[in-house]
Each structure stands twice: as C-alpha cells, then as structure tokens.
Design a binder for this molecule. Structure first.
Ligand code: GCO
Length: 255
C-alpha cells in the first residue's frame, strides 16, 4: 500500500533530458511512484528506446521530442500536449550541458550556449508549463541545480553561473507562482556518476579529490536523486517552495 503523500498516480511528469543520466533515473523514479512520464531528449532514437524500456517495465511513458534551447519547439510541444489533452503536472528542468575551459580562453559563444541550455531553457519551459499550471491551480516544478549553485570551481564558469541562476530562478518562480498552487523547488546533485562526469571519474587526481572532499567518501549514483525528486513532485512537499535540496554526500556541509 503506497503512502498517499508520495503517490504520483494520475500525474504526468515532463522530464527534460531524460533519455539518459540523471534525468533518466529521476524519470524512472517518478514512474515507479505512479506518474506517467514524458521522456525528452535531443536524440529521437535514444528517447524512443527509453520510452520502450519504461513501457516494458510496466510504466506509462511517452516521447516529447523538442530541443530545450528552441523556444519555438518548446511552445509547439506544449501546444501539442494541449491538443492531446495532456496536462503537465510535474516539470523537471534537468537538461544541461557542461563545458570546461578557463575563462580567459572561453569563447563568448560557448558561454552563451551553456547558459541557453542550462538556464534560459528552464525559464522558457517553466513559463510555458506555469501558464497551464496556474490555470489548473496545481503544479510541481523541479529545477536541477548543482553544487555549483552554491560554490564555484575553476574552469566551469558558464556552468556555475547557469546553476547559480537556477537556484535564484527557482526562488523567483516561488515568488510569482506559489499563490497559484505551484511549488517550485530545486535539487542540487553532488558529484554523480554520469557520462558528463566520466572524464573526471577517470582522472585519478580528481577522483581522489571528490572522495576526499565528500564526507560520504564516494561519488553519488543517479538513482540517489530519486527520493528528493519524488518528494518534491508529491503532496508531501505541498508547503515547500523556493528551496534547493543538495544530494551531495555532505560536500557542501563541510570545509
Ligand atoms: C565539474 C562537474 C560538476 C558536477 C556537478 C556538481 O566539472 O565540476 O561537472 O559540475 O557535474 O554539477 O554538482
């Protein structure tokens, strides 16, 4: 018997960048909690594969293919969902890229690309979702931040700025939308085992630094974000707004 506080039955969750990595893990966790998941990604074949695998596992899943950096594609995707009678109850703004280079060598185009993908997309998709959530008086928005929502690391300035922006965008969403029945919160993953971090994991010095700097003495697993995602997507968090939950093995808690 599932706990109604954490039951997502009857809800639909759109998770951007959910064909792999953290987004895939969170989408799977939301599906296991009862939600229908809308899988999004840039690679149609990978998205279709993820949908197939979710359905094979007995979950409700559909593909919603759009490029998160294209406002036109985002708007038309929501219009298509409207036409299909599909309401997005839960939005997880997860899609993001990393680009590591010292700022003195960084091209402005690369800076802009990271900010467009990681931050502006969350605003555009959040706005489109919120218009509809406000009309229904209900919605859950979960923006994916980072340790770099709080602290900077050299050579990842655009990512850091985008994730710092995600924290305050989440608070801005709470400021404007909480009275309309929307809870907007964020999750700040620590150093997780993902494709994006594989180069760091494979670097013995960086691997040793993460394990030494993290009280848990290890990298995080994508599935370890599911608890925070289900909490923020469920009735259990109906009075939580504008917060960020760091799932980081304790890294931000200690010097
Ligand atoms: C890096 C990493 C980090 C992690 C994560 C930490 O280059 O330092 O990519 O950005 O991915 O964001 O919370």
């Amino acid at each position: 018997m599932s706990n109604p506080l954490f039951d997502l039955t009857g809800r639909t969750a759109l998770v951007t960048g959910s064909s792999r990595g953290l987004g895939r893990a969170m989408a799977e966790g939301l599906a296991k909690a009862g939600a229908k998941v809308l899988v999004n990604g840039t690679d149609p074949a990978r998205v279709a594969m993820a949908v197939e695998e979710f359905r094979a596992a007995g979950h409700q899943a559909d593909a919603v293919a759009f490029n998160v950096t294209s406002e036109a594609e985002v708007v038309s995707a929501f219009e298509a969902l409207d036409a299909a009678g599909t309401a997005v109850d839960i939005l997880v703004n997860n899609a993001g890229i990393q680009f590591r280079k010292p700022m003195v060598e960084l091209e402005t185009a690369d800076w802009q690309r990271v900010l467009d993908t990681n931050l502006t997309s969350a605003f555009v998709i959040g706005r489109e979702a919120a218009k509809r959530m406000i009309a229904r008086g209900y919605g859950k928005i979960i923006n994916i931040g980072s340790l770099t929502s709080a602290l900077a690391r050299a050579t990842v300035a655009p990512y850091t700025v985008s994730k710092g922006g995600i924290k305050l965008l989440t608070q801005a969403m709470a400021a404007e939308w909480a009275a309309s029945g929307i809870q907007a919160n964020a999750i700040g993953p620590g150093y997780m085992i993902t494709d994006m971090n594989q180069a760091l994991i494979d670097n013995p010095e960086f691997d040793a630094w993460v394990k030494g700097r993290t009280p848990a003495k290890r990298w995080g697993k994508p599935e370890e974000l599911i608890g925070a995602a289900v909490f923020l997507a469920s009735p259990a968090s109906d009075y939580v707004n504008g917060q960020i939950i760091y799932v980081d093995g304790g890294m931000l808690a200690v010097l």
